[in-house]
Design a binder for this molecule. Structure first.
Ligand code: NAD
Ligand code: TDX
Length: 337
C-alpha cells in the first residue's frame, strides 16, 4: 500500500489528482494536507470525502510539528507536493507568501520527508522556471533555469532545494515540470476559467498586452497521469517535463471560448500588459514519453469544450467563489488596467 501525503490537495490540480487516483486505484491511502487558502476548496473533494482510503487534514506545510505527527501516525512513505501559491498576477501584487510557502514550505517538507525516510518525494513544478522562449524552440530538462516572476522564481527555489536533498542526503526525489493546465475545478483567476465566467456574465474579457503570448496547454487529467507515473517509476534526482504540444496564443483561446459559448467578440478588451510578461512557453516532453511511457490523451479542441461545459453546468461552484474575497482581488488586479 502506498501511503501518500498529498499537499495542496484541495486546489485545482491536487483535487483532480485525488479524485482520479481514488477512482482508479485501491492501493493508495491518501492524507491530504491543505491550508485551505483562498484557492483551497473542500467542495472539490465531495466525491471522496467518505472513502476509507482518504483523510483530510487542514494545515500548513511549513508546520514541522504537524508534519512529523502525520508522517508517524499514517506511516507515510510517499509525498506529492502540490501545495503552492500558484498565480503569477498575485505574486506581482505581493510576493512574500509565495517565498514563504513555495520555498520555505517545500524545504520544511523535504526535511520532514528525509527524517522519515520516505520512498519518494515528488515535487510538482512548472515550465515557468525556464523563463521565456522566443518564437521558436522548446524547453528541455537541460534548459537553464531563468525564472522571471516572483512566482516562478519561488518555484525554481523549491526545485533547487528538492534536487539538493537528493544530492546531499540521497533523498529519492523526482520533479515534474508541467505546462499550463486547464479543466474542471480551476480557480477563476487563471485565464481559461476567468474568460469563461466573464463571458457567461457578458462581462469584458481582459487580454493583457497584444494577446499574442503563447502557452502550451494540457488537460489536468493528462498532467495527473504523469504525476502518478513519475511517483511510481520516476528516476531519483530526475526531472521530467510534461506538456501536450498544444501551443495557442491567448487571443486564439479567448476567441475559441466565445465561439463555444456563442458570444460576441465585442466582449474582448485589451488591457495593460502584465509586468515582465513571459512571451512564450513550449515543452519538449520526449523524456517522460520515452522513459516512462506517458503520452497525452486529450486534444485541446475536445477538452476545452468539456471544460466550458463543466463551468456552465457547475455555476454554484464558481458563484460561491466570485461573490466572496475574490471580488476584492479582481478589482485590485483589473481596475487600474
Ligand atoms: P491552486 O492554487 O489551485 O492550489 C494550491 C493549493 O495549495 C490550495 O488548495 C491551497 O489551499 C494549498 N496551499 C497553499 N499554501 C499552502 C500551505 N502553505 N500549506 C498547505 N497547503 C497550501 O494551484 P494548482 O493550479 O492546483 O497548482 C498545484 C501545483 O501545480 C502548484 O505547485 C503549481 O505551482 C503547480 N503547477 C500548476 C500549473 C497550472 O497550470 N495551474 C502548471 C504547472 C505546475
Ligand atoms: O486576465 C488575464 N488576461 C490575460 O491575458 C489572465 C488571468 C491571464 N492572461 C494571460 C497571461 C498569460 O499569458 O493569459 C496567459 C495565462 O495566464 P495564467 O492563466 O495566469 O497562467 P500563467 O501565468 O501562464 O501561469 C500558469 O501556468 C503555469 C499557472 O498559473 C501557473 O501556476 C503554472 O505554473
Amino acid at each position: 500500500m502506498k501511503k501518500v501525503l498529498v499537499t495542496g490537495g484541495a486546489g485545482f490540480i491536487g483535487s483532480n489528482f485525488i479524485n482520479h487516483i481514488l477512482k482508479t486505484r485501491d492501493d493508495y491511502f491518501i492524507v491530504n494536507l491543505d491550508k485551505l487558502t483562498y484557492a483551497g476548496n473542500l467542495e472539490n473533494l465531495k466525491e471522496v470525502e467518505d472513502n476509507p482510503n482518504y483523510v483530510f487534514v487542514k494545515g500548513d506545510i511549513i508546520n514541522r510539528e504537524l508534519l512529523d505527527y502525520l508522517f508517524d501516525k499514517y506511516e507515510i512513505n510517499h509525498v506529492i507536493n502540490f501545495a503552492a501559491e500558484s498565480h503569477v498576477d498575485r505574486s506581482i501584487l505581493g510576493s512574500e507568501v509565495f517565498y514563504r510557502t513555495n520555498v520555505v514550505g517545500t524545504a520544511v517538507l523535504l526535511e520532514a520527508s528525509r527524517n522519515h525516510n520516505v520512498d519518494k518525494f515528488l515535487q510538482v513544478s512548472t515550465d515557468e522556471v525556464y523563463g521565456s522562449l522566443g518564437a521558436t524552440g522548446l524547453f528541455t530538462e537541460t534548459t537553464p533555469l531563468s525564472p522571471n516572476s516572483p512566482y516562478s522564481s519561488s518555484k525554481a527555489g523549491a526545485d533547487m532545494a528538492t534536487l539538493s536533498f537528493n544530492h546531499t542526503y540521497g533523498l529519492p526525489v523526482t520533479i515534474t515540470r508541467c505546462s499550463n493546465n486547464y479543466g474542471p475545478l480551476q480557480f477563476p483567476e487563471k485565464l481559461i476559467p476567468l474568460m469563461i465566467i466573464n463571458a457567461l456574465h457578458n462581462k469584458k474579457l481582459p487580454i493583457y498586452g497584444d494577446g499574442m503570448n503563447v502557452r502550451d496547454w494540457i488537460y489536468v487529467i493528462d498532467h495527473n497521469r504523469a504525476v502518478e507515473l513519475a511517483l511510481e517509476n520516476g528516476g531519483d534526482g530526475e526531472v521530467y517535463n510534461v506538456g501536450a504540444s498544444q501551443e495557442m496564443t491567448n487571443i486564439e483561446i479567448v476567441k475559441l471560448i466565445l465561439q463555444i459559448l456563442g458570444k460576441s467578440e465585442d466582449l474582448i478588451e485589451y488591457v495593460k500588459d502584465r509586468p515582465g510578461h513571459d512571451r512564450r512557453y513550449a515543452i519538449d516532453s520526449s523524456k517522460i514519453q520515452n522513459e516512462l511511457g506517458w503520452k497525452p490523451e486529450f486534444r485541446f479542441e475536445d477538452a476545452i469544450v468539456k471544460t466550458v461545459e463543466w463551468y456552465k453546468g457547475n455555476r454554484s461552484w464558481w458563484e460561491g467563489i466570485i461573490s466572496g474575497d475574490y471580488l476584492k482581488y479582481y478589482e485590485k488586479q483589473y481596475k487600474k488596467r
